[in-house]
Design a protein around this ligand. Structure first.
Ligand code: SF4
Length: 323
């Protein structure tokens, strides 16, 4: 089946996430501003962008760890944006998250066994007959052994801690896993091992990932499709192959030019973006990228470009490609 014929697992429809500042003077942070996308069953949808662009907020909103301010989120066609109480808890079994810092998200006072038992306790499944066998299975899936069960997080390496974080996310057999900078805190050699493990698990268990990283190189290694975010907006979405072949948005072009290339013929002149990322409390008018875009014109300052399909499956928000 072609990638674009796969069934949609999650759909974000004009999702906005605004946070109010502590005082009126602080204004409203428009962390995610009118983002629409589909995540297809069995794919890895990678999201890349500079820190503060809203990618982590988007990932957490898709799995309802953060409430959307506006818009809708669908899981297997069901609108989950307003779920509360028991319905929300039941839905959470299907969507899990792996965090960036495994040290911060594992309780230091609990053993590995107790940590892996947590999801079963939360969903009142810890007395189920097969829970012990399931914990052993989880350990094996992430390449650890039974003797790790009695260890505390401080007795594990960074890579082992992240493997426990992955095992915990897998415990309830979710459909979607949000990987939020899941390898960013690890050494480069360990990063590769954990990325390989995530790929193996995806194949073996038929998982779908929403893979968030500030590092386009890492996103490229694992993604079937890639979304590029800038200041709360999705500015380009395309298949991995399409984006590698041809990217249209000037921001994507600049991000890609920063990836070191081994082959001489693949090397491109690095595009240095001027200036800082503007504040999401007071984003620039028109195209949000116009204050840093080397190709900006007057229209860019006044009119916001819509995200539109300019080649099959390739969406771009930029006036340069208006018909
Ligand atoms: Fe640059 Fe204008 Fe395109 Fe925005 S719309 S990316 S400012 S050329």
């Amino acid at each position: 089946m072609a990638e674009n014929e796969k069934e949609t697992l999650v759909r974000a429809d004009h999702v906005k996430v605004y946070f109010k500042g502590k005082s009126r003077k602080d204004g409203t942070v428009k962390a995610v501003d009118d983002v629409s996308l589909d995540i297809r069953k069995g794919e890895t949808f990678g999201v890349v962008g500079e820190s503060g662009c809203g990618k982590s907020t988007l990932g957490r909103t898709l799995i309802r760890l953060i409430d959307p301010t506006d818009g809708h989120i669908y899981l297997n066609g069901e609108d989950i944006s307003k779920l509360k109480g028991a319905d929300l808890k039941a839905m959470r079994r299907k969507m899990q998250i792996i965090f960036q810092d495994p040290s911060a998200c594992l309780n230091p006072r609990r053993t590995v066994r107790q940590i892996l038992m947590e999801p079963f306790e939360i969903h009142k499944m810890d007395k189920d007959q097969d829970v012990e066998a399931r914990i052993m299975e989880l350990l094996q899936l992430v390449g650890l052994d039974s003797y790790h069960l009695s260890r505390y997080p401080h007795e594990l390496s960074g890579g082992q801690k992240q493997r426990i974080g992955i095992a915990r996310a897998l415990a309830l057999k979710p459909d979607l896993i949000v990987c939020d900078e899941a390898v960013s805190a690890l050494d480069v050699s360990v990063q590769a091992q954990v990325l390989n493990l995530l790929q193996e698990l995806k194949q073996k268990l038929g998982l779908t990932y929403f893979f968030i990283s500030h590092n386009l190189n890492v996103v490229y290694q694992v993604s079937d499709r890639v979304g590029v975010m800038y200041l709360g907006k999705m500015v380009e979405i395309a298949d991995y192959d399409q984006l590698y072949e041809k990217r249209y948005h000037p921001y994507t072009e600049a991000l890609l030019s920063a990836i070191p290339q081994v082959n001489q013929e693949d090397r491109k002149e690095r595009i240095h973006l001027e200036g800082e990322v503007p504040s999401p409390t007071d984003p620039p008018s028109g195209c949000r990228f116009h204050t840093r875009c080397p190709k900006a014109c007057d229209r860019c300052k006044a009119e916001e470009p819509a995200l539109r399909e300019i080649a099959p499956g390739h969406l771009v928000a930029c006036h340069l490609y208006d018909a």
